[in-house]
Design a protein around this ligand. Structure first.
Ligand code: PEP
Ligand code: MN
Length: 360
């Protein structure tokens, strides 16, 4: 099955209309480790990744082997023919990577947040034809992500792609980084020709969840995967819990179901149109119900104003949320979905009532 795609030509040539696979360790550790992994994955991955300079959230962790690792990567190219990828965060990293024939550079999540750093990298890359992938910033800010892309584009780099690696959150969740799928979906709509790669390793932080996230990404039309791979993952010097062995990588890739992005058969189009008509009708009804609900919220706002009562009534809000979560459960609607839906509705009611209560 091939994917109908309007991706940039350089990318189609590289991926051959299949998902592009980037694999390799989180960090280059020793020459033998780098080579052993490369031989284990050379039939599955097009691009070999390894971090040489590792930005760590807290000091004291392993911060990468440094420039010496670039020579080990060159050996990978000599022995396997794979393209090489590493993370760069400064102009000096770029210069060293260029001097060692690194083909693909990626900008890490902690660097994309910093326009000065991204600009420095973009300036150092001027005049080269390297492939550059921009990881999403750690915070869920689409503009910052796009801004990083634009800085490279303005520097004349035209082989550009995005890597979605999820977003930090303060709450404890099942993933290391929250996927916030709506953000890469919005990005895809705005930049349909720019390849979008998913990094299920950094999203999940847990090798057991990689398969499921990788499949979801392909189901959402992502163009490739970056998966951290190590021959002895539990002994890895960084990100041990999320790395998979070359055999596990092979298993993950062979379990993936590739789907067509379009189907033009009459029966499919007909059935789909019927469903979509129903969805459109329901959406219109939802909108009308929301309008009615907001009108009542406005009435309540007027009553609170007349009696000088505070807009936020925490007990009532808790009651609504608990009731809706319970009813949601009875109707097989996910708790996280119901919570964010009713938070959004309640937020809007509060905003409207606040406006009413303060209106002169
Ligand atoms: C990495 O790819 O090893 C890495 C550090 O990723 P991120 O920037 O997504 O945290
Ligand atoms: Mn990592």
């Amino acid at each position: 099955m091939t994917k109908v795609s309007e991706k940039a030509l350089w990318f189609k040539q590289l991926s051959g209309n299949k998902p592009l696979i980037i694999a390799g360790p989180c960090s280059a550790e020793t020459p033998d480790q780098v080579l052993e992994i490369a031989h284990g994955i050379k039939d599955q991955a097009t691009i070999y990744r390894a971090g040489i300079w590792k930005p760590r959230t807290r000091p004291g962790g392993f911060e990468g082997v440094g420039a010496i690792g670039l020579k080990w990567l060159q050996q990978v190219k000599t022995e396997t023919g794979m393209l090489l990828a590493t993370e760069v965060a400064t102009a000096e990293h770029v210069e060293l990577a260029l001097a060692h024939e690194i083909d693909v550079l990626w900008i890490g999540a902690r660097t994309t947040v910093n326009p000065f750093a991204v600009q420095e990298i973009a300036d150092a890359l001027k005049g080269t034809d390297k492939i550059v992938f921009i990881k999403n910033p750690v915070n869920p800010d689409l503009s910052l992500w796009i801004g990083g892309f634009e800085r490279l584009q303005n520097a004349g780099i035209d082989k550009l792609g995005f890597i979605h690696r999820g977003f930090s959150s303060y709450e404890k969740i099942k993933y290391r980084n929250k996927p916030e799928w709506q953000i890469p979906i919005d990005l895809q709509i705005r930049f349909p020709e720019i390849p979008l790669i998913n990094d299920p390793s950094h999203i999940t932080g847990n090798r057991d969840l990689i398969q499921q996230v990788a499949q979801k990404a392909l189901d959402l039309n992502f163009d490739g995967l970056m998966i951290e791979t190590h021959c002895t993952p539990d002994l890895a010097w960084s990100d041990a819990a999320q790395q998979v062995t070359p055999n596990q990588l092979q298993e993950i890739l062979s379990n993936l179901v590739l789907r067509d992005s379009l189907n033009l058969e009459d029966s499919y189009v007909h059935e789909m149109n019927m469903f979509r008509t129903k969805i459109d009708e329901i959406d219109t009804q939802i909108l009308k119900l929301l309008r009615d609900r907001m009108q009542i919220a406005d009435e309540i706002g007027l009553l609170k104003k007349a009696k000088n009562v505070a807009v936020l009534q925490p007990e009532r809000w808790q009651e609504v949320l608990i009731k809706m979560r319970r009813e949601g459960k009875e109707n097989k609607l996910g708790e996280a979905f119901i919570t964010s839906l009713f938070k959004a509705i309640h937020d809007e009611s509060i905003t409207r009532q606040d406006h009413i209560i303060n209106r002169k």
